[in-house]
Ligand binder design. Sequence first.
Ligand code: ZN
Length: 445
Amino acid sequence: MKYDKDLFVKHLQAMVRVPTVSSADPEKTRVEDFLQLHKVLEESYPLVHKTMTREVIGKCALLYHWKGTGKSNALPLLMTAHQDVVPEGDWSMWKYPPFEAHVDENGILWGRGCTDSKNNIQGYMDALELLIADGFVPDYDLYFAFGYNEEIMGGPGAAGQILQDELKARGIEFGMAIDECGGVAEVDGKLVATIIPCEKGYADYEFYVEEPGGHSAFPPVHTALGKLGYAIWTLENNRMEPILIEPVIREMKARAPFMTGELAELFKDPEANWPRLKELAETDKLVNQMVRTTTAATMASGSAQANILPERASIITNSRILPGQTLEDLEAHFAKVMPEGVKFRLVKGHNPPPISSIDTSGYELIVKIISEMYPGVTFIPSMLAGGTDSRYYSCLTPTKSVYRFTGLMSDANTGGAHAVNEHINTEIMVNNVKFYVELFKNYGK
Ligand SMILES: [Zn+2]
């Protein structure tokens, strides 16, 4: 099989050049840009489009299906990723314009979406295009599902939800679902592969205080905004209790050999060292994130002008919920600690999806392929603090095999997701495609 790096780069460039920026307001989704991206995919991957059925679901989600020979008794394989990208930010801070997809003299491609997650779509598609040219026909059913508002965590009109509803209505279940994130990296000269079987839940809350307002020359002791200041202080000083959950114990143990200092020792046996880890969670951001449902106050608003007392002041917080806990647990905690007069409401959020098992044939297959590609590699099953659209497919995957994993071997010349100057070293793109080729060839055997 001929892996043509230049062709892969050309395909990714064409995708990055379409500015499929997701908007928090579903009404503002620029559907025409997504339709343009669909056209780019059609042009880049003629064999995929001749072989798979392709449907546009909802506004502009894509659902591809290849009915296999049926010789395998494995449930279908789902590959998912998102078409949308976060806003590009300040253009003047970009080395090259964010939607130019410029490749510099060092072979680095610069542009919004080149690592998150258009490279996933490109990897899946290029792998399949090569396999089809080679005469491959899967013995199982293969699906691709690409949403268009992953970056705003879905909200109303979440493409992941629309896709889930559609698949559910058709009675489709998966044997394994693979999404973005994870991958291979070199840590202190050793190869590490991060496969992500679970992720935290997500919630935005508004806390607000309503007051009579009036002239700021006659203020009360505490204005509505002042009361919210105290509410933030209270939240920060009364956090949810830290807890040690099974996947995190596993992750800490796997990470220990790659850490230094005290954490390296503590992570070797997190249960025995729990009292100290709990203490560290007060000050160490990494540990805190691993053992706690977190809440951060991120936005605030008061009155419209400096000399007006706010009639309504509000703050927005962002929480990340540990697997095993729920929005209800979080709200019970808020209700317990909030000072009087401060109300709150959920703006948007979801519970953490179920934790996938790492004791499955799907997980084993990933391990086998990656071990062959990167001899000596160590595997770290991790919890994702962020979120992905893969959460929508857990309920459709009875094998508990939803993994966030990319074939990419990341390096120092790749990064910048969600920041300005997102970039990818084009050298690593070949192995990404290779991983998916092996996955498609060997799944269901
Ligand atoms: Zn992403």
